[in-house]
Design a protein around this ligand. Structure first.
Ligand SMILES: Cc1ncc(COP(=O)(O)O)c(C=O)c1O
Length: 379
């Protein structure tokens, strides 16, 4: 028998979240009388911990999938995904380029080295390669410097004329779309200044950008736009100040476990390693079969929300490798075998847990350990 812990992935929640993003986009673009942007569903890092197979199923209605791992991209093709697949870091070697060619993947080209490699390998390609050229507008992670961009794009246009490049477009990535629109507007201004005169589709918005209605009016009406939402598709919020629930997103990942032991505590008793929590009054304590080796954050503090038998209560003491302790004083019906929701449907949001642990929902969703049994809710 496995330990009583499981992670559930909800296909209907993935579907709902994609539909919700499309509804939001339609509201934004209707006002501006523009066509709806197309959607790359970002499924990197094993679809933010939800599984590539589940993402392909849940995001069947997306226009494309974006990721950075070649094995994940190949898995999508093996599952029958025929629409575009974009590799967000592009290729790292000539062998990768050959794989992109074989599986008809779209390459982000963000560096002079990648561009050179494409020029060198051009004669080896069997099919024209779709490319998104990336401009660094202030994230300072990947992308051509603004003053390099036009020349780099010119070389790609030349390759397009030679039939080496198929569709060509321009992209950038926001550093602070979740917390500081003024920085995002500066990035957009830079993007428009250095790309507006160059033909080709555009892609700039992550989840926070996609959900910020006012951004659309700062983008050109033409050409075709593709957004790149990730975290919101999994039912977590990209914004610290806005809950996923308020954005009408549904959690697609739910981590549950059971209570495996219950005890009564007298006042002044220490709990767990380091006795970081000391009871101040009589209380009832439950031990839950979930610890940091399952992916629950060790830095979650006493008070982190946890739901037991459908009721909100709190974590107490330090999280151990395989167990954590929960306050059952306000849940008298709880007993060994009671269901505990660590995050997700019927429990706290992953964002609430992340906040209490000094991290972000992204990290928790990606970090559920392989030892945790998985099940998939199909309907
Ligand atoms: C280039 C790029 N686009 C889009 C995304 C999706 O971001 P988010 O999950 O915040 O929507 C990411 C994720 O980090 C990314 O690196």
């Amino acid at each position: 028998m496995p330990r009583p812990i499981a992670v559930q992935i909800s296909i209907p929640a993935l579907q709902h979240n994609l539909e919700q993003i499309r509804r939001v986009l339609t509201q934004q673009t209707q006002l501006l009388q523009r066509p709806d942007p197309k959607v790359w569903a970002v499924i990197k890092a094993n679809a933010y911990g939800h599984g590539i197979d589940q993402a392909v199923q849940g995001f069947a209605q997306a226009d494309g999938l974006a990721m950075l791992d070649f094995n994940e991209a190949i898995r999508c093709r093996e599952l029958g995904w025929q629409k575009p697949i974009m590799l967000l870091e592009g290729y790292f070697s000539a062998a990768d380029l050959a794989l992109m060619d074989h599986y008809q993947l779209t390459a982000v080209i963000h560096s002079p080295e990648q561009l050179q490699l494409l020029e060198k390998q051009a004669s080896q390609l069997q099919h024209p390669l779709s490319v998104m050229a990336k401009l660094n507008t202030g994230m300072n992670r990947l992308g051509f410097a603004p003053e390099q961009f036009e020349a780099a794009y010119g070389r790609l246009l030349q390759l397009q004329q030679q039939g080496v490049v198929a569709q060509l477009g321009k992209m950038t990535h926001f550093a602070r779309a979740d917390d500081d629109p003024s920085i995002t507007y500066q990035q957009l201004q830079c993007f428009n200044q250095y790309t507006q005169h160059l033909e080709g589709r555009i892609s700039v918005c992550n989840s926070a950008g996609t959900l910020t209605a006012s951004l659309q009016q700062h983008l050109p009406a033409q050409p075709e736009q593709w957004v790149r939402p990730g975290i919101c598709l999994y039912g977590a919020s990209p914004f610290a100040a806005l809950s996923a629930h308020s954005l009408d997103l549904q959690p697609a990942q739910t981590l549950t476990a059971e209570i495996i032991s219950v005890r009564d505590l007298a006042p002044h008793q220490g709990v767990g390693y380091g006795h970081s929590f000391i009871s101040s009054e009589p209380m009832r304590l439950g031990v839950v079969a979930c610890g940091y080796a399952d992916g629950y954050p060790r830095h979650a503090a006493t008070g982190t929300p946890i739901w037991v038998e459908g009721q909100a209560t709190r974590l107490v003491g330090r999280v151990s490798m395989d167990m954590l302790m929960v306050d059952l004083t306000s849940v008298p019906q709880a007993k060994v075998g009671s269901t505990v929701v660590l995050w997700g449907q019927g429990g706290p949001s992953v964002d609430e847990v992340a906040l209490a642990a000094g991290t972000i929902g992204y990290e928790l969703l990606c970090a559920v350990a392989p030892r945790v049994p998985r099940n998939v809710l199909e309907k």
